[in-house]
Design a protein around this ligand. Structure first.
Ligand SMILES: [Zn+2]
Length: 66
């Protein structure tokens, strides 16, 4: 099993923005509704995670420009 998203976690993980509805995933807040703990980098989100607003797959997300 290869994980193509094997990026190491960094203290300053960027926020990611949904390319469909533009809601933001903030690693500092996580996604409690989906059981994602605060402090979880986007790269470590489980494969089944989808946008909490529009259910777009995580592949539709892109790094948010700070
Ligand atoms: Zn979305």
């Amino acid at each position: 099993m290869n994980d193509p998203v094997a990026a190491p976690a960094t203290p300053d993980s960027p926020s990611y923005e949904c390319g469909v509805c533009w809601s933001v995933y903030d690693p500092a807040e996580g996604d409690l509704d989906a059981g994602i703990r605060p402090g979880t980098p986007f790269a470590e989100l489980p494969p089944y995670w989808v946008c909490p607003h529009c259910e777009a797959p995580r592949t539709r997300f892109m790094v948010a420009v700070a």
